[in-house]
Design a protein around this ligand. Structure first.
Ligand code: AMP
Ligand code: ZN
Length: 140
């Protein structure tokens, strides 16, 4: 599997640096985030080194994500949280600091300190249809 010796998550995968592991199989590893947004904040990563999710072959993505429901169930059970955000950042502008694909599992509770700025907009007539068509044509 592809690895990058300068990548901190590849170092966790190789055992070069420690992590609080919570789930592991042939294709993916989950461990606690070292600077949690909430207690139980976990990261799910593929064993292969991919920088962003769009670089991943469908098979590698599927093999990793099949473990997501069980991981979320376990985090919810242990933390007794009221909800969970699954967050996946791609690119520096999207707050990706570690250049190895990772899914954040973030326990949420009423009145916690985690905030989104969610500037929801709307489309002028025809724009959503054109965009959807362009995206449909670009699916590979
Ligand atoms: P992101 O901003 O999406 O790239 O998030 C990277 C996450 O990786 C942050 O939440 C960090 O706290 C976490 N992180 C960085 N280094 C480690 C490490 N050695 N062990 C566990 N989590 C880490
Ligand atoms: Zn890596």
């Amino acid at each position: 599997m592809k690895s990058d010796e300068s990548c901190i998550f590849c170092k966790i995968l190789s055992g070069a640096i420690p992590a609080q592991k919570v789930m592991e199989d042939e294709f993916s590893l989950a461990f606690l985030d070292i600077n949690p947004l909430a207690k139980g904040h976990a990261l799910l990563i593929p064993k292969g080194h991919f920088v962003t999710v769009d670089e991943m072959p469908a098979q590698a993505a599927g093999e990793m994500l099949k473990n997501l429901p069980a991981l979320v169930r376990a985090v919810k059970k242990v933390t007794a949280c009221q909800g969970v955000n699954v967050l996946q950042n791609n690119g520096r502008v999207a707050h990706q600091l570690v250049q190895h694909v990772h899914f954040h599992i973030i326990p949420r509770n009423e009145n916690d300190d985690f905030r989104f700025n969610w500037p929801a907009g709307s489309y002028p007539p025809g724009e959503a249809e054109a965009l959807a068509q362009a995206i449909r044509k670009s699916i590979v």
